[in-house]
Design a protein around this ligand. Structure first.
Ligand SMILES: Cc1cc2nc3c(=O)[nH]c(=O)nc-3n(C[C@H](O)[C@H](O)[C@H](O)COP(=O)(O)OP(=O)(O)OC[C@H]3O[C@@H](n4cnc5c(N)ncnc54)[C@H](O)[C@@H]3O)c2cc1C
Ligand code: SF4
Length: 493
């Protein structure tokens, strides 16, 4: 195919690094059917359309921008050769390969290539994140002093698990960058309102001013603020939650990065430069770089490595449907303070940081045996940074243990004691983290024992579960715990 091929950029391939030349002809497609098929969060629909339309405006005549119902209709209207970087889902990948005359290039927007991952994975029986991450540090020569890790340590996780500061209210970190809406946002809002009114699409969540970058210029501004003012605080309280500070020191860059606006390797190099210049401590910088060149790339490759059926794995046989209050983000129906607050944040912003995702939302679902693929679909639709590739490994693999332990050596199930230690939620809650039966039984504590008792046989061979299972066997009131949880069923706690 000639170098003049028009580059089709999907709505999550919007950065300059998806083009071979700055003047390459571009095809952008806004497909209405994407929004008709699934009930997305309103803020997510806004963000994606705003980013796509901003890119079209930026490229001007260089781009052919088509608004059609389906991708197929758009491609039928394009003459000449088309190339595309590998799309980010199995479905889109199948689609582009089924169309004659489209050249599919290797994926971009990730650090490690498929060949490098294949080479790394081929040498191993288990795919441990820590091994992958260290290999990536060496390959990219990031945070290295000669052959060894900068500062003599690969891993600062132990330092980066401090609980929430007591009686602090907030972490006291400078505010993240926030965008100002423009005419394109106003048009997007008007279109979404109209589509909703004419009944062709329906959304979950609440609308509100756009909170994330949608252009390469905006994203660079957001990255600068993070590196200069917030990165230094990133590490120590990475795993903590504060009811009065939903963002803490997190970067808030996953949404623009997943739109393809930011190259993760550039971010990692910029974070290292901040460390070398003495602007941020090693623990925070290592923690951030680990997320980027480690976790993010790792879940991307796991998605492709384990094949299209990975999403349907259900090793623990979890078959309960998601309840309506959860599916509809009805936080007001919930009394448990941690869950109510986190669900309200999802409803109002389409974003919460890693620990509420893993240890509140997913933990609650895991404890109650909700269907892993339905939960993955819920995360995909309700989060501004949710895409198929990132959901399957994080939800089905990591959070629900539905892959039988390919990604995590033990299930991420935890009781109220964990949430109490890592947050300030429990003090103002109607439940008590130490109680597992009765009116004030904490749903997370009771749910934890219910989960263990349901899955005891399955988990018995796992050495890391020996202690929790021994605790389960000592529990005198287990029957009462289980019958109370069964009675509550799918009702909001
Ligand atoms: C159940 C569950 C669902 C998740 N869903 C998503 C999702 O839909 N989209 C998404 O991008 N991340 C997802 N994550 C990972 C992580 O929670 C988010 O990337 C992070 O909270 C985004 O906020 P941030 O940009 O402030 O991240 P930071 O805390 O600042 O982290 C830095 C960056 O690391 C990357 N990262 C860190 N961990 C992961 C991970 N496990 N998977 C992928 N990228 C990672 C992100 O790009 C992020 O911007 C999920 C995690 C869990 C446990
Ligand atoms: S007591 Fe239980 S339900 Fe209430 S905030 Fe604490 S962990 Fe959440």
């Amino acid at each position: 195919m000639t170098a003049a091929a028009r580059r089709w950029c999907f709505a999550d391939q919007l950065g300059p690094h998806f083009l071979d030349r700055s003047d390459q002809p571009v095809l952008l497609v806004e497909s209405r059917a994407v929004f008709e098929r699934r009930r997305f969060h309103r803020r997510k629909a806004h963000l994606v359309l705003s980013a796509l339309r901003h890119r079209a405006a930026e490229l001007g005549d260089q781009a052919t921008f088509l608004r059609t119902r389906t991708y197929g209709e758009a491609l039928d209207r394009v003459a000449g050769p088309v190339s595309v970087c590998r799309p980010t889902s199995w479905a889109a990948d199948r689609f582009v390969r089924s169309r004659p005359g489209i050249e599919v290039l290797p994926a971009r927007g990730f650090c490690t290539s498929r060949a490098e991952f294949g080479e790394w994975a081929g040498r191993r029986r288990t795919l441990r994140l820590e091994d992958f991450y260290r290999d990536a540090r060496r390959r990219f020569d990031i945070l290295m002093d000669g052959d060894g890790p900068a500062g003599g340590r690969w891993n600062f996780d132990a330092d980066n698990r401090e609980p929430a500061p007591r009686n602090a209210g907030t972490l006291g970190v400078p505010e993240p960058w926030r965008p100002e809406e423009d005419d394109i946002d106003a048009q997007v809002r008007a279109d979404l309102d109209r589509w909703e009114r004419d009944g062709s699409v329906s959304f979950v969540g609440r609308d509100g001013l756009r909170e994330f970058p949608v252009t390469a210029t905006e994203v660079q501004a957001a990255l600068r603020v993070f590196l200069r003012k917030r990165l230094a605080h990133f590490g120590p309280h990475e795993d903590a939650m504060l009811s009065g500070d939903r963002v803490m020191a997190h970067s808030l860059l996953s949404a623009p990065m997943n739109l393809g606006l930011l190259d993760p390797l550039d971010c990692a190099h910029a974070a290292e430069a901040a460390y070398r210049a003495g602007h941020a401590p090693l623990g925070s910088v290592e923690g951030y770089i680990r997320q980027l060149i480690g976790w993010r790339d790792y879940v991307w490759h796991v998605y492709w490595h384990f094949g299209p059926d990975y999403r349907r794995r259900n090793a623990l046989g979890a078959r309960t449907r998601l309840p309506e209050w959860f599916a509809n983000l009805d936080a007001d129906a919930v009394g448990a303070r941690c869950l109510r607050d986190v669900l309200a944040q999802v409803r109002d912003h389409g974003w919460v940081h890693h620990i509420p995702r893993l240890m509140v939302l997913s933990n609650y679902a895991l404890q109650r045996g909700w269907q892993p693929d339905a939960l993955a679909d819920w995360f995909h639709r309700c989060f501004v940074d949710g895409y198929d590739w990132v959901m399957v490994a994080n939800v089905v693999g990591m959070s629900q243990h539905a892959d039988g332990g390919l990604m995590a050596t033990k299930p991420y199930a935890a009781g109220g004691a964990y949430i109490n230690r890592m947050s300030d939620y429990c003090g103002g809650c109607r439940y008590r983290p130490g109680e597992r039966t009765g009116e004030r039984a904490c749903p997370f504590t009771a749910g934890y024992w219910w989960f263990l008792s349901r899955n005891e046989r399955h988990l018995a061979g796992n050495r890391r579960m020996n202690r929790p299972l021994a605790g389960l066997r000592r529990l005198g009131d287990l029957d009462e715990v289980v019958s109370q949880q069964r009675r509550l069923g799918r009702s909001a706690p």
